[in-house]
Design a binder for this molecule. Structure first.
Ligand code: PFF
Length: 453
């Protein structure tokens, strides 16, 4: 296997390949596992509206900016920020932004891999017929028994990390493009089928009502922060994943159009997941706020009782694990690219080291569901703390800095040239959003959370 810099700094074979891989990064556990349970915990409709607004006004402009920074520099996030600050004649401290991204990626992957391990374990459970004709209580017991076992969680977490490393070691073209090509479209089809099932329950409209009817009295400042953080998380923004993917993108492709497509697909998957899940929650008298176990406690009920549910269950968890895999790859890629390009590691060595560190960190999350469930920092378990620190703090802070850099530091003629928008108005709208609206909103939400506003 080769380990030259060229293998790392490959290029996508087409615009479609980039769209698939970036969508593969965006669509993952965030959409199908996290979006429903945080929506459930934060009261439904009003939370969803804030999330959608954040995607539109903060997420999409920052996705355009991040892709632009990657493509302009053609470098991994740490070096990208060095090159771009040189070009703009700016302060070198900006390269810490690249650092924060690399660290955030590994921290996220540490717990992401544990949850993806759950999805993988559920493939086997579906296959062996554990859900057939099982009622809500039995399904809950299956989940509770499973997460109570550190050995099982470690096994599946290790397997998932191994799969991630095996793909990443093969570089951009072979691993990433191929994986995304078939699996993303299949995932769409399966989610539609689940929505079809949800329609047959008598709680379909109750589910829709919960998801789309806003009750703003349920919205706390922390819910707003969670919704904003989730916009970053679900679009893979604020840590350099999209920047690294942008650096493999060829110069003649319209970044803005591509960003709309990716964000659109990502949002549709999340909403469809919500539409599929909440009717099942209400039809079985479950609680929408039951936390990270939500989809594992609800969807198997559907698989256990519907015709063809055995096969659907297997396929669904396969797709979920694969969707997680295409995201995991992008979480580790910034670290690997940097180790290879900057520290002269071979690609194999870089994968092994970043993989091992992430795996070890993941043990904290594994234990937070069982033997360390009572260990709390600031009232949060290790898993909750990692999630809060990364999704609610590091990604928005990273995104804020990316917005400020793109809107204020980078020379206007450079961003204009790189984005090459179809007309001046589109560029002006983006410039307004990236300079004022996106960083301003992040700042206001933070002020609100710390109680200054
Ligand atoms: N966007 C992924 C998801 O929704 O599951 C998670 C993720 C991937 C977050 C890559 C951040 C990232 F850089």
């Amino acid at each position: 296997m080769t380990d030259t810099k060229k293998t790392v700094h490959g290029a996508w074979s087409s615009r479609f390949a980039f769209i698939l891989a970036a969508t593969g990064s965006a669509v993952g556990l965030g959409n199908i596992w996290k979006f429903p349970y945080i929506t459930g915990e934060n009261g439904g409709g009003a939370f969803v509206i804030v999330y959608l607004l954040c995607v539109l006004l903060i997420g999409i402009p920052i996705m355009i900016a991040e892709t632009m920074l990657g493509r302009r520099s053609q470098k991994n996030p740490i070096e990208a920020m060095e090159v771009l600050t040189d070009e703009a004649g700016a302060d070198h401290n900006w390269h810490y932004l690249g650092w924060m991204g690399v660290i955030a990626g590994l921290l996220i992957l540490s717990y992401y891999s544990v949850i993806a391990g759950w999805a993988s374990a559920y493939i086997l459970k579906a296959f062996t017929g554990s859900f057939l004709d099982a009622d809500a209580l039995t399904i809950k017991k299956i989940f509770d028994d499973f997460v109570a076992s550190p050995i099982q969680l470690i096994f599946w977490h290790s397997l998932f990390m191994l799969a991630t490393m095996l793909i990443v070691v093969r570089g951009v073209n072979n691993g990433l493009e191929k994986a995304a090509q078939y699996l993303m479209p299949s995932l769409f089809v399966l989610i539609f089928a689940l929505v079809g099932y949800a329609m047959t329950t008598d709680s379909y409209f109750q589910g829709l009502h919960f998801l789309f009817m806003p009750d703003f009295s349920k919205l706390t400042s922390n819910s707003v922060l969670t919704a904003m953080g989730h916009a970053f998380f679900t679009l893979s923004l604020g840590m350099g994943a999209i920047m690294v993917y942008g650096s493999y993108l060829s110069k003649n492709i319209s970044i803005a159009k591509t960003a709309f497509l990716i964000a659109g697909a990502d949002t549709i998957v999340a909403l469809l997941a919500g539409i599929a899940i909440f009717p099942i929650v209400f039809a079985n008298n479950l609680h929408p706020n039951s936390g990270p176990g939500l989809i594992f406690e609800t969807l198997p009920i559907a698989f256990g009782s519907m015709t063809g549910g055995w096969l659907m269950g297997i396929l669904f968890f396969v797709m979920l694990a694969v969707a997680a895999l295409t995201s995991a790859i992008s979480l580790i890629e910034p670290a690997v690219a940097w180790l290879v390009e900057n520290k002269d590691f071979t690609r194999e060595k870089a994968c092994v080291w970043s993989g091992l560190v992430t795996w070890a960190l993941g043990l904290g999350t594994v234990f937070s569901f069982n033997i360390w469930s009572n260990v709390k920092f600031f009232d949060r378990s290790i898993f909750q703390l990692l999630d809060y620190l990364t999704a609610n703090l590091m990604l928005p802070i990273g995104g804020f800095c990316i917005a400020v850099f793109s809107g204020w530091i980078m020379k206007k003629h450079h961003s204009e040239q790189e984005l090459n928008m179809p007309n001046e108005t589109s560029y002006q709208i983006w410039k307004l959003l990236i300079s004022y609206v996106a960083p301003g909103s992040v700042f206001l939400v933070f002020l609100h959370v710390i109680g200054v506003l």
